[in-house]
Structure formats: C-alpha cells, structure tokens
Design a protein around this ligand. Structure first.
Ligand code: AMP
Ligand code: MG
Length: 486
C-alpha cells in the first residue's frame, strides 16, 4: 500500500473508557468496485482523490485494507426506538478513525455495511447498493441545501449478495461526520456506565463540538443548552424544506447537530403535517408535523441522561434540566418563523406575520399544494402556476402579502433575492431518486444518478436545466413508501 492517499487518522474516541466501544475490523469483501466517489469532499478532507480511486484506494472503502493510522471500532450506544428503550451499538458500521484535515479539522470516517460487529444481534452487518446510494444522494442534497448533515464520500459495491426480502447486491458507504456521538451514546453511559464515565463522555463531546463552553459549575447545563440550540435550528431547517427524517429515534439524533441516518427519510410533496413515508411508522410518530415536538422529547432524554452531572441533589438536577429544556419550543419556533418569513421575502417583523404564514399553509393543505413548488412559484412571481390560484381566498392572501412587502424598507428585488436563497428550486424528489436508483440497480447505469446529483448540488440557482427535476410524481400511483434497516 502506497501512502499517498492522504489518510491521516487520529483516534480520540478510542481513548475514551473501554466501555464505549469494541475494536472490530471490517470483514473483507470479494470484489469491490467504486460506484460513486465525492471528489470535492475528498479534497476538502485533505485526501488524494486520484489515489483513492485506484484499486488500493478503493480497498479502504471496501474494508479490505486498513490504513496504518486507523483503529477500527464499533461504537456502543443505546436508544429509544419508537419510544422503547434498547441497547443498540454499531451493528453494521465501523469507525476507521478521525481524519485530521490540513486545516486541523476532525471528521469521523465510518464504513456503513462492513460486516458483523459484536453489536449486530441477528443482523448481517451488511448493506445493499440501493439504500447506500440513496443515503449518498440525499445527504449530499441536504448539504447543498445548507442543512447540517453527515456527508457521503464513496459507495463501493462488494460483489457479494445480501439477503433481504429478495437477493440484493451488497454495498458499503463511507460516511463522514463531525462525530457519531448521539443522544443514545449518553443514554448508554447513563444506564451502563459510572458517573465518571458519563463525565468523560460529556467532556469529550464538549471538547469536540462545543469548545467554547468554559469550565465551571454550569458546564454540563450549558452543554445541554447548546445541543438544544443546534437541534432546534436543525429541525427548523428540515421543516422549511419539507424534509421528513422518518426515524427520529434517540440513537439517530446527533450531539453535533448534524442530520444523521438516512433510512426511511423522504421529502414531502403536497403540504400536509400528517405526512409519513416510513412503512413501519404506522402511528405517525415521526410525521412531518411531529418532528419539532419529537426533537424536544429526544432532548428530554438527553437531559435525563445528564442529571448526575447537573447537580448532586437529584431533585435540584431535575429542576435545572426541566427549566433548560422548557425553552426548546420557543427556540424552535423562533428559527421556524424567521425561516418562514424569509420564504415569503419578509425581512423585518410584524405581529401578524405568523397568521399570514399560517393562512398560506392552510390553503396549501386544503388544496394539496406541492410544498416546494408553491414557494418556487411565488419566488418566480408566477402565482398563477400554483394550484391555489383562482380562489378568492388566495387572491385576498396575495394582496395582503404584497401590501406587507410594501411596508418594509427593503426593495422588491431584495425580497425576491431573499426568497430565492430560502426556497430551493429542486429537492431530491422521491420519484427522481427512485429513477436514479433503478438505473443503477438494474442496469449498473450510474449516469442518471450523476445527472441528478449535479442538479441537486445547486438547489438555489434556478437554472433552466433544473426544471425537469421539479415535476411531481404521478398522483395515480400508490403512496410513496420508504423502508428502515435495509
Ligand atoms: P437504524 O434504525 O438504521 O438507526 O438502525 C438501528 C440499529 O440496528 C443500529 O444499531 C444498527 O447498527 C442496527 N442494524 C441495522 N441494520 C443492520 C444489519 N443489517 N446488521 C446488523 N445491525 C443492523
Ligand atoms: Mg441509526
């Protein structure tokens, strides 16, 4: 193995107490083939894109070769899955280490689908090509939309079969993250660790993600507050583009504030708060409209886990935690309202803005208006293109909106510019993603996906070549369904 690939791992997570991980090498695969590779991400990580695409380079993405500085491990964590608490851990993921970039940043490099680990339970530790390409497409689209997220560096097909309901071609995704610390990591520490281990984990998370928090009495309360702030901002961003995560279990909520775990996620077409795509979410626990309160519920689980660090008196600790967490709905709402104002070109604040926004959303729900395309049409000053147009209700709303815009000092052009940067022209529409995955899966034709990725890379550009990607799915079809753990 030549050493010109640029891998430069540190392994700070492996320096945590042993309870937090188990060393585990990937299981080699038969005949790895690189099917998608993220050049620009590789460069920003200080990696040599050329060298990584050679057979030797690809061997790392396949788990067939371990770079010298890597210490592969599976992380331990727990989590509330659909409300039920369970011990989990990386059942089909292995952390290679933390890539240290030339600018001194630190990113987790993790293989998803590299074979069994001690946390695999009944699973095979593997992943299939379709879902891994899907994660690649959607995570990169989220990044381009300006939403904090884990990234995707590469997908390799393994040349091996995975057995699900049918036989599927196997794949491994290389995921890049600020870290893989999650609410569930703290739940694990609180349930199975000592207070000292919990403190080590919290100090580690602070050092990695919130180094501005000073030493001192309220350190862990500040930590809780900072995680809450990032999650409130993140979930507001999801709501503003119609992103439905689909499986907001506490093990899928990061401490860094990045979106993680693209399983059954999908983007909403027609505006409806009850929208659910995941086949297993029969109660609608993780429906679009429930994401903000579920974020609060998950943060309460983080707060519970931190109690021993907040105060030696448990009652006092609970009081401090509750007091902090009670600020979440307001914080979320402020982010959401600011974002919604921007989506309709409003810079300053008026008391009635919220009802103006609610009226629009209500009309959209009533007429099953497409979320993205409605805001896009308003941005392009083509209200006649929306399904709302023609109704007296909408005409009245439009007039009130124009008057509202006229009452702010900024020009109409500035408003339109604000709208353009707040309303994506394109999102990864489910039927477009499926089309790309089908071509890749059935014909090994990756060109459809490459084109889709190119369009999704500049969602706020309003380019003519993006128009094709704004079309709605055929409404005669069955409702779109997504699947977990695939
Ligand atoms: P998720 O719902 O994707 O976040 O996964 C929940 C848990 O199931 C995690 O601990 C995963 O590591 C584990 N898991 C999912 N798929 C597999 C698999 N094929 N083999 C082993 N573990 C898995
Ligand atoms: Mg997960």
């Amino acid at each position: 193995m030549t050493n010109n690939t640029g891998w430069n791992f540190d392994n700070s997570y492996a320096r945590l107490p042993e309870k937090f991980f188990l060393s585990q090498n990937p299981t080699p695969v038969r005949s790895p083939k690189l099917i998608i590779f993220n050049h620009s991400l590789a460069s920003s990580l200080g990696l040599n894109a050329e060298a990584l695409q050679t057979e030797e380079g690809v061997a790392v993405f396949a788990g067939n070769w371990i770079p010298e500085s890597s210490m592969p491990l599976a992380q331990a964590y727990a989590g509330h899955q659909f409300g039920h608490f369970t011990m989990l851990g990386d059942g089909r993921a292995i952390l290679l280490g933390e890539q240290m970039t030339p600018t001194g940043e630190r990113f987790d490099i993790q293989l998803k689908g590299p074979g069994r680990t001690p946390y695999s339970r009944g699973g095979d530790g593997r992943a299939a090509v379709g879902p891994m390409l899907r994660e690649y497409i959607i995570s990169e689209a989220m990044h381009a939309l300006g939403i904090p997220t884990t990234r995707s560096l590469a997908v390799v097909s393994t040349g091996e079969t995975v057995y699900r309901e049918t036989e599927l071609p196997g794949a491994i995704l290389t995921r890049v993250a600020a870290s893989h610390l999650r609410v569930g990591t703290f739940q694990y520490a609180a349930n199975w660790g000592t207070v000292e281990e919990l403190r080590r984990l919290a100090d580690y998370a602070i050092q990695r993600h919130y180094p501005g928090i000073p030493e001192g009495e309220n350190r862990y309360l500040s930590f809780l507050e900072e995680v809450m702030k990032r999650q409130a901002a993140l979930i507001a961003k999801w709501q503003l583009v119609g992103f439905i995560h689909g499986v907001m279990n506490t093990d899928n909520m990061t401490i860094s504030g990045e979106t993680i775990d693209y399983g059954p996620c999908a983007f909403m077409d027609a505006y409806d708060p009850a929208t659910v795509f995941s086949s297993i979410d029969r109660q609608g626990r993780y429906a679009y409209g429930n994401q903000p309160p579920i974020g609060g519920w998950n943060l309460a689980r983080l707060a519970e886990s931190l109690l021993p660090l907040l105060h030696e008196n448990e009652e006092k600790a609970v009081e401090l935690a509750q007091d902090k967490i009670s600020g979440y709905p307001k914080l979320f709402h402020a982010h959401w309202l600011k974002g919604m104002r921007a989506k309709i070109g409003i810079f300053n604040e008026e008391e009635k803005d919220e009802s103006l926004i609610e009226e629009l959303l209500n009309m959209m729900q009533k007429h099953r208006a497409d979320f993205t395309n409605t805001f896009r049409s308003l941005t392009m000053e083509k209200p006649e293109d929306t399904v709302l147009s023609g109704s007296t209700e909408f005409t009245a709303w439009y007039g009130a909106w124009q008057e509202r815009l006229g009452r702010q000092p900024e020009s109409k052009d500035s408003s339109l510019e604000l709208m353009r940067s707040s309303n994506p022209m394109v999102i990864p529409r489910n039927h477009k993603v499926e089309e790309a995955l089908e071509a890749a899966g059935e014909r090994e034709d990756y060109s459809v996906m490459e084109r889709l990725l190119k369009v999704l890379a500049t969602p706020y550009e309003y380019l003519p070549e993006q128009v094709d990607y704004c079309t709605l799915p055929d409404s005669s079809g069955r409702p779109y369904r997504t699947f977990c753990g695939t």
